[in-house]
Design a protein around this ligand. Structure first.
Ligand SMILES: Cc1cc2nc3c(=O)[nH]c(=O)nc-3n(C[C@H](O)[C@H](O)[C@H](O)COP(=O)(O)OP(=O)(O)OC[C@H]3O[C@@H](n4cnc5c(N)ncnc54)[C@H](O)[C@@H]3O)c2cc1C
Length: 463
């Protein structure tokens, strides 16, 4: 494919939520013939990405439908889509992730239609390099190459790093390194107990997957604190859009001060018969600003001391998922274990995990058949070996942020190179926006970023 001088080609690498919505917003914003959008996805389906490619209706969204519109300027878009399927759906419904994937495909279809401006490409991008004439050349695994004036990196999530401490066990067949590899999970045979390292949403997905066919299997969920996500309330309300929380105004930007104010406000709300969740929800539109108010020292303090508590209150489970989890915990089929893994011994087809329990300090041995790493996506680009990330990193096109939360970008989504210079032609959107905005991993935040990035691209000549 070649570039013509009259047309600006924008290549988007990755067609999960972020890349797809970047394409959708570009097509909605720029109707002129001067723009060409090429959306490249290594998997067969464009639009679904890692989170929404499941066909298993056991997995439901962890955000109510009323806050899951893919379009930042049309809050009711997803609810209307659901009501076309079944009028009983409403803004408080927790819909399956499969339906959400269908919705994303539909939204892309609706925006792209028969547009001559839009092209889908299937293939893995291995490299993006700037040429002498300043165009970008994207090399694909099948030998194709593509020229673009701008490229958007929307490559999403990477499998978790092996847990600490390092162990030769992480090369064993009894260890599943990638919790999103459902084929590997389904290969775990027999009724022997399974240990999941991690107690967040990834672990709960794996718990449900592993017990949907074998309901006698014991599952241990292990993390340092053993904290499990809280539940949404039964009848969630749409978050009220308000100004910057008054309880944070005029505070010194320290984690201690903010936490104290947050806790006090939540307690007051509960004492008045309200719900602490409303206090957390009121922060959502302002989280990026709050994050930026903290100096790096306080950001680090937050990550080291508060993150686990923040995550379980902020990223809640759908009531139906929470109920299922509670029943499994009550029956003893699932057990949350708080402790520090010391090592593994493998013999006779069994794995013994040696663990120092939090609090008591006692050493406990858990005998299991398999171990699944559910510690959450890896956002540390210095430790990602996917060919595209390795090439961009090793050749200095992108760099890690100081807190190792993602990719260093400027306010207009331009990636910052190893010399500290923002690129004019290379952009990023996706969960690694955490590096700049902290909470940027879920739809309610990413839809806004995708829309703003499309605007930046259009205004910088992409129409
Ligand atoms: C399991 C799970 C459940 C979630 N549930 C919810 C929820 O209920 N509500 C909510 O608001 N948020 C949820 N989220 C968060 C959020 O929706 C996702 O983080 C979001 O979808 C991110 O999309 P993405 O496109 O950036 O990344 P991804 O979904 O990871 O998509 C990236 C895409 O890029 C492709 N790709 C990568 N590299 C290349 C390459 N070199 N060449 C070509 N293609 C490439 C991948 O195949 C993939 O399809 C969930 C996240 C996960 C992981």
């Amino acid at each position: 494919m070649t570039k013509t001088n009259q047309v600006c080609t924008i290549a988007i690498v990755g067609a999960g939520f972020s890349g797809t919505l970047c394409a959708v917003n570009l097509l909605r914003a720029a109707s002129g013939p001067n723009l060409r959008v090429v959306l490249i996805e290594r998997n067969t389906r464009h639009g679904r990405g890692l989170a929404y490619r499941t066909w298993d209706d056991n997995f439901v969204l962890n955000v109510p439908a009323g806050n899951m519109s893919a379009l930042a300027d049309d809050a009711g878009h997803f609810v209307r889509y659901c009501q076309n399927i079944d009028p009983a759906f409403n803004a408080g419904s927790f819909v399956s992730r499969r339906i959400y994937g269908d919705y994303l495909e539909h939204t892309l279809e609706e925006a792209a239609g028969e547009s001559a401006q839009f092209e889908r490409v299937q293939g893995e991008v291995l490299s993006v390099r700037r040429q002498q004439d300043q165009t970008l050349r994207l090399e694909l695994a099948d030998g194709q190459s593509l020229l673009a004036d701008r490229a958007v990196l929307a490559f999403g999530h990477f499998a978790p790093l092996d847990p600490t401490p390092p162990s030769p066990f992480y090369r064993s067949g009894a260890y599943v390194a990638n919790p999103w590899n459902f084929a590997a999970l389904d290969r775990i045979a027999g009724d022997a107990p399974v240990a999941l390292i991690g107690t967040g949403h990834t672990a709960i997905d794996v718990l449900f997957r592993l017990t949907s066919q074998r309901d006698a299997r014991k599952i241990y969920l292990i993390s340092r604190r053993g904290l499990l996500p809280q539940a949404h309330r039964m009848h969630p309300q749409s978050p009220a859009i308000g100004g910057f929380p008054v309880f944070f105004q005029n505070l010194e930007p320290t984690v201690r001060q903010y936490l104290r104010a947050l806790r006090r406000t939540a307690q007051q709300r509960v004492a008045q018969g309200g719900d602490w969740r409303d206090v957390f929800n009121s922060l959502r539109p302002h989280t990026a600003e709050i994050w930026r108010r903290f100096p790096p020292r306080e950001q680090r303090r937050f990550l080291n001391t508060v993150l686990a508590f923040w995550d379980i209150h902020r990223h809640r489970l759908a009531p139906v998922a929470h109920l299922r989890l509670s029943q499994m915990l009550k029956s003893g089929q699932a057990e949350a274990v708080a402790g520090y893994i010391q090592g593994y011994d493998e013999a006779d087809g069994n794995v013994t995990i040696r663990l120092r329990e939090r609090g008591s300090g006692c050493v406990r041995a858990l005998k299991v058949g398999s171990v699944v790493n559910c510690t959450g996506p890896n956002y540390d680009i210095t430790r990602i070996d996917a060919p595209l990330v390795a090439q961009l990193r090793d050749e200095g096109y992108i760099r890690q942020d100081a807190l190792r939360l993602g990719i260093d970008i400027d306010d207009e989504y331009r990636v910052v190179d190893s010399d500290g210079k923002a690129a004019a032609d290379l952009f990023y959107v996706g969960p690694m926006l955490k590096a700049r905005h902290w909470e940027a991993i879920a739809v309610p935040e990413l839809r806004g970023h995708a829309q703003r990035l499309a605007k930046v691209l259009v205004e910088s000549g992409g129409s």
